[in-house]
Design a protein around this ligand. Structure first.
Ligand code: GDP
Ligand code: GDP
Length: 437
């Protein structure tokens, strides 16, 4: 499944007909969650070799009880949240109605690219109807007949670029986990990297399974491909005996951006300082998974006190990601090293986690009951529902039905709840409230 297409448009333009044509018998899922998501249909679609996920919004109107515009807007909003591209259908026989125009005006402001589709165009008879469609400001209309199948080749061409664009993002399964090892100079990064790769070589035989070039190393651990990105240690060994460059914050930020999970190496001998926390905070801001490796454990005298101190500093300074794994080890002797990669893979798994809309909303209902949202301007803030819009890291949209800001503290309540109830320590979790107005 490479990308997601939402079919949108006013009632009766042929959305369901198109959905059925695209999905055929492959209808994968009819979400039967009570409430708003009831009539949403998603399926695995195919045109020729092009495979994608399609979301149909038809029928969703009934879930709301206010104006048609309001209902359409909300149903569309939900679909757009997940879509990489939208097909806006209009009925070429009926021409452009005020409702189409109204809708297009609003749609033009969305970030999601829109392909305008003139439906019911079988046998070319309605082509003269297409001129007025330009005034919608959504580009050239693509003539199609959902019922008869005309124009599917053109639709294929129009959608193809989205597959290409999205593919590298989505083909996550076979892609190696991008791992960065960062930390202050002298923390032991290069020793650690060489130890990890050295151990791997012992396990897999000389050079087998390990490829390395100037700036990256790739190997497999426990069935998971791992790629070490832009590691200072590797580069330094490549240049002969160069002076230690200071790892500036800008440097580590650049490396963090290239990674999915980051191991922050801290020097137990120097204790856990502000610069370490700054790097850790960057990892979280960038939405990466974090594992802290406390190195040089061999020279630590009071181990318990040291560990306690590090955990406390992390909890206080990074309350956004409770439960960051802390692994103590000695890169020099290799002691404790075996705990590191399993933690990295676990964090990666959480970072990729997806929670279904029905599960989320059952959970949300419970959370709202336990602790209702506060009042704003004399009215209770109303949360309609929630969906996970993406993973890597887990990101959620919270749909509000009334105006008014949801306080930060309430969002934190939900984030902490998600972290706890769905067991997601150590990865950033994001929630953005939206008002359907
Ligand atoms: P939705 O409300 O947007 O999902 O629209 P439907 O898919 O239910 O279609 C509304 C009506 O338009 C139905 O009677 C369909 O049979 C008809 N229809 C859909 N696609 C075409 C088409 O390509 N050509 C013609 N002539 N009618 C179509
Ligand atoms: P980098 O600048 O972060 O890449 O750090 P290096 O890997 O170059 O290590 C800096 C110094 O710390 C070197 O002298 C290493 O031998 C030493 N070192 C690295 N790991 C350990 C360890 O686990 N224990 C001890 N005692 N020393 C270590």
């Amino acid at each position: 499944m490479s990308f997601t297409v939402a079919i949108i448009g006013r009632p009766n333009v042929g959305k369901s007909t198109l959905f059925n044509r695209l999905v055929g018998k492959r209808l994968a899922l009819v979400d039967d969650t009570p409430g708003v998501t009831r009539d949403r249909r998603e399926g695995d679609a195919r045109i020729g070799s092009l495979k994608f996920k399609v979301i149909d919004t038809a029928g969703l109107e009934e879930a709301f009880d206010d104006s048609l515009e309001g209902r359409m807007r909300r149903q569309t909003e939900m679909a757009l949240e997940e879509a990489d591209v939208a097909l806006m259908l209009f009925d070429a026989r009926a021409g452009i109605t005020p409702l189409d125009s109204h809708f297009a005006n609003w749609l033009r402001k969305s970030d999601v690219p829109v392909i305008l589709v003139a439906n019911k165009c079988e046998g070319k008879q309605a082509e003269s109807e297409l001129f007025p469609a330009y005034k919608l400001g959504l580009g050239d209309p693509l003539p199609l007949s959902a019922e008869h199948g005309d124009g599917m080749g053109e639709l294929f061409d129009a959608l193809l670029p989205y597959e290409r664009e999205i593919e590298p993002e989505i083909a996550a399964k076979d892609r190696p986990l991008a791992l960065a090892i960062v930390g202050r100079p002298n923390a032991g990064k290069s020793t650690l990297v060489n130890k990890i790769i050295g151990e791997e070589r012992l396990l897999t035989g000389p050079e087998a399974g390990v490829t390395r070039d100037a700036i990256s190393v790739e190997w497999e651990f426990d069935g998971q491909k791992i790629k070490l990105v832009d590691t200072a240690g590797i580069r330094r060994r490549a240049r002969v005996q160069q002076k230690l460059e200071k790892l500036s914050v800008a440097d580590s930020l650049r490396v963090i951006k290239m990674a999915e999970v980051v191991v922050l190496v801290v020097d137990a001998d120097v204790s856990f300082e502000k610069q370490d926390l700054t790097i850790a905070a960057h990892v979280i801001e960038e939405g990466r998974g974090l594992v802290v490796a406390v190195n040089k454990w061999d020279v630590v005298k009071d181990r318990q006190a040291m560990l306690k101190q590090i955990r406390e500093k992390l909890e206080i300074s990074l309350p956004q990601v409770r439960g960051v794994p802390v692994v103590t080890l000695s890169a020099l002797t290799g002691r404790g090293l075996e705990k590191l990669l399993p933690q990295v893979i676990e964090v990666y798994r959480l970072w990729n986690k997806r929670i279904s809309t029905s599960q989320l909303n059952r959970w949300l209902e419970h959370m709202l009951e336990k602790h209702p949202p506060p009042m704003a301007k004399g009215r209770r803030l109303k949360i309609r529902y929630m969906t996970q819009v993406k993973s890597r890291p887990p990101t959620f949209s919270l749909f509000m039905s009334s105006r008014g800001e949801l306080p930060e503290s309430y969002i934190r309540y939900l984030i902490n709840g998600l972290r706890e109830d769905f067991n997601m320590p150590a990865v950033p979790i994001r929630i953005s409230p939206r008002t359907g107005k």
